[in-house]
Design a binder for this molecule. Structure first.
Ligand code: NAP
Length: 283
């Protein structure tokens, strides 16, 4: 039997609708969540991402303030804007769109964001918080994957989860979140011996590799839930890290690309922004 298709587009829309209702209630109490988005330069992909974030804010009822700076912006100038946003009590969340131009130290900028407004969850304090289960915000793409598993009733407690990929923004944080949800977690990477032998044991398989159609049907345990984070642009179009057509015949549930994990990232950003407004209002 073919796998159940995990519809990230629908779940993302559901979450945004739930958040819109929550924001209506917050506004009735005089709280208007506000997200500041900073875009430096004219990278076309970044412009699309920022536009999508603004549209999601509009839909949910979050006020969004966009700061567009020229590519020539110096590091001090950017840091000064971040500090200004840190001090602005009407701003609850700050997002600096990555990547930044090469002459700017990305790490220094992320470090400058007030951890209480770090809705991307990239500040080292929040990364540490994630380790001990006390982060105010979880990073958006990893928490989006966990949300998909929850909403499709994939049992995490006691499940064997294998994550392929150990990046700081996807592989490691999603492994930590799976652990917090009581899965038994293994992280694989390019130096893993007998990768297929490891992945075949997974009840939950996460592919965060960045290689088109890398995970094939023979690497998947029958009935497993397969979450594909990969976004690869090939001549044939967009595809994930999982060979969807063959793997869907073996897996129990699977995310498509596009329409799986992708739409969840923005939904989780909206969730973090509303949470930031609540935390800062003390409710
Ligand atoms: P990354 O930093 O390049 O990390 C890739 C990981 O895959 C590394 O840990 C690497 O191992 C591992 N890997 C590479 N080749 C492998 C192989 N042959 N066997 C086993 N492991 C291998 O990538 P990332 O930033 O985590 O992103 C992963 C994918 O997710 C990309 O396609 C990216 O575009 C996508 N992504 C999507 C979203 C979204 O949908 N919202 C968000 C973020 C990223 P080593 O560490 O040993 O090199």
């Amino acid at each position: 039997m073919a796998a159940e298709i995990i519809d990230g587009k629908k779940v993302s829309a559901d979450i945004k609708a739930e958040l819109a209702a929550e924001v209506t209630e917050l506004k009735a109490k005089g709280i208007e969540p506000c997200l500041a988005v900073v875009l430096v330069g004219e990278d076309p992909a970044s412009q699309v991402y920022v536009r999508n974030k603004e549209e999601a804010c509009d839909l949910v009822g979050i006020k969004s303030i966009k700061h567009t700076l020229p590519v020539s912006t110096g590091q001090e100038e950017l840091l000064s804007l971040v500090n200004q946003l840190n001090d602005d009590l009407s701003v609850n969340g700050i997002l600096v769109q990555l990547p930044l131009p090469k002459h700017i130290d990305e790490h220094a900028v992320l470090l400058a964001i007030d951890p209480a407004k770090d809705v991307d969850g990239f500040h080292p304090i929040n990364v540490g918080g994630l380790m001990i289960g006390e982060a105010p915000f979880q990073p958006c793409t990893p928490s989006g994957m966990i949300e998909l598993l929850k909403r499709y009733n994939v049992e995490m407690t006691g499940a064997k989860a294998v994550v392929i990929g150990r990046s700081n923004i996807v592989g490691k944080p999603v492994a930590m979140l799976l652990l917090h949800n009581n899965a038994t977690v293994e992280i694989c990477h390019s130096k893993t011996r007998d990768l297929a032998g490891e992945t075949r044991q997974a009840d939950i398989l996460i592919a965060a590799i960045g290689r088109p159609k890398f995970v094939t049907a023979d690497m998947v345990k029958p009935g497993a839930a397969v979450i594909d984070v990969g976004v690869n642009r090939t001549e044939a179009g967009l595809c994930g890290d999982v060979d969807f057509e063959s793997v869907k015949e073996v897996a129990g549930a699977i995310t498509p690309v596009p329409g799986g994990v992708g739409p969840m990232t923005i939904a989780m950003l909206m969730r973090n922004s509303v949470a930031a407004a609540r935390q800062q209002a003390g409710i």
